[in-house]
Ligand binder design. Structure first.
Ligand code: B12
Ligand code: SF4
Ligand code: SF4
Length: 374
């Protein structure tokens, strides 16, 4: 089969497999390598140390596979449908849209593996390939832009007319020549600055550049330690990820819902009850978030975020649960619970904090409690 016919069949099969768009580019050096280096040099990656690894490969995908010729790039819409289930009682949090259903890494990976198997069958020759979804050293937004699948928005997300920016990106690197797509050159944003203006933490030092350290998505998912105190109020009710700079984007106004059943919200995850999460044990967490993107935060990260959201809600209904959580086994959770109690205030809170201080053996927690006492 000639390159053109094979490439067309790959694109069509991708769509048949449940991918929303497929483009193909030559496995050549990335154009964004310098911008990426500047981003790292400015410290914008925060504690994501893995972002500095495999710089060579990230700068040139051809280094990820011997004899690499082509990169097949695919998008999959994840936008969850409207959830009409009854809202939980008491304060609720928000989980980013991409994380309300099953873990996309496995789902998209499986689709791409099936596409690679199809390519091997059709090509009539041996094809070596590697699949990447999110975790590999590939600049995925740039690859998708070069494949003509969309263009960067000022919020740094890749935008595409139709799904907006609510889609995942994955790739297959192969050692076979194919025919290639051209990059999208259309400027998507024009004079619009809605995302830059709406970001509660002012995480964009410039359009198209994100300082991850200030991003709620980073703070609630990637950051392993304490959330910076100055930014806690801005995290609002987000307990895993953040969608604000996407929700305000005009391209997402009419974004269709994903056709992938596995991305439908799990029960209770469209507006999760903060009190229920705060009272949960490790077993509850493992059961509820098995094969969910949320497991990345681990129980202690999620409960840290829940405590911050409760502090921001300032709803006294949370007082008994927060006082109980002053005895949580994780010092980080206890530190954030003390902060949350300090935000609610009042005599009941003060008494609980004093009692916890008298029993506390961890110096960092003791310090966090004392900060909240008058
Ligand atoms: C690290 C990371 C994060 C970090 C940092 C995000 C960031 N903007 O850099 C944090 C934890 C904050 C994060 C958050 C989110 N992420 Co994230 N993340 C990644 C990851 C692993 C690497 C991104 C990266 O390399 N960043 C460094 C910057 C410099 O690169 P970049 O943003 O990808 O692309 C820029 C540069 O390449 C530069 N550039 C490229 N070419 C050129 C050329 C020139 C000349 C210049 C000047 C610049 C330039 O411009 C691009 C856009 O600004 C990718 C997966 C991957 N392997 O690519 C997913 C990925 C980008 N994330 C994704 C998602 C879904 C999210 C969230 C929406 C999740 C959420 N709801 O909470 C948020 C969005 C926040 C935001 N506004 O970006 C999707 C994005 C899909 C899309 N439509 O764009 C990806 C692709 C994962 C996937 N496989 O689907 N993420
Ligand atoms: S995801 Fe939220 S915090 Fe991060 S840049 Fe967008 S609006 Fe700002
Ligand atoms: S909100 Fe406006 S500026 Fe931001 S990405 Fe969307 S179109 Fe571009």
């Amino acid at each position: 089969m000639d390159h053109q016919a094979l490439s067309d069949r790959i694109r069509a099969e991708g769509v048949r497999l449940g991918l929303d768009a497929v483009g193909i580019i030559p496995a050549r050096p990335s154009e964004g390598a310098e911008a990426y280096r500047n981003w790292l040099d400015q410290g914008f990656a925060g504690e994501m140390g893995y972002m500095a690894r495999y710089e060579d490969q990230r700068a040139n995908p051809a280094r990820l596979l011997e004899g690499a010729e082509s990169l097949i790039v695919a998008l999959q819409n994840y936008n969850p449908p409207e959830d009409r289930a009854e809202a939980a009682k008491g304060p609720t949090g928000r989980i980013a849209r991409y994380a309300r259903g099953d873990d996309y890494h496995n789902i998209l990976h499986d689709r791409l593996k099936a596409l690679l198997a199809f390519l091997r069958k059709e090509a009539g020759q041996t094809v070596t390939g590697r699949v990447f979804v999110d975790t590999g050293p590939v600049l995925e937004r740039e690859a998708a832009r070069r494949a003509g699948l969309g263009n960067f928005g000022k919020n740094t997300n890749l935008l595409r007319k139709g799904p907006g920016s609510y889609f995942f990106i994955g790739e297959i690197l192969v050692d076979i020549e194919l025919t290639y797509d051209s990059p999208a050159i259309r400027d998507m944003c024009g004079h619009c600055t809605r995302c830059l203006d709406a970001c509660p933490t002012q995480a964009f030092p410039a359009p198209y550049v994100l300082d991850a350290r200030r991003c709620i998505s980073y703070m609630t998912i990637e950051l392993k330690g304490d959330m910076p105190e100055a930014l806690r109020p801005q995290a609002g009710d987000w307990i895993f990820g953040c969608d604000i700079c996407q929700e305000v984007c005009p391209y997402n106004r009419q974004a269709p819902a994903s056709q992938e059943a596995a991305y439908r919200p799990r029960p209770g995850l469209s507006a999760p009850s903060l009190l229920e999460l705060l009272g949960g044990t490790q077993e509850d967490f493992s059961r509820r978030f098995r094969n969910s993107p949320v497991k990345r935060a681990k129980r202690k990260g999620l409960l840290r975020n829940v405590a911050v959201a409760l502090g921001n809600a300032k709803d006294p209904v949370a007082l008994p649960a927060l006082c109980e959580a002053l005895r949580d086994p994780e010092p980080m959770v206890r530190r954030h619970v003390a902060w949350a109690l300090g935000r609610i205030g009042g005599p009941e809170t003060e008494a609980a904090l004093r009692e916890a201080a008298s029993a506390e053996s961890d110096a960092s927690v003791l310090e966090a409690i004392r900060k909240e006492l008058p």
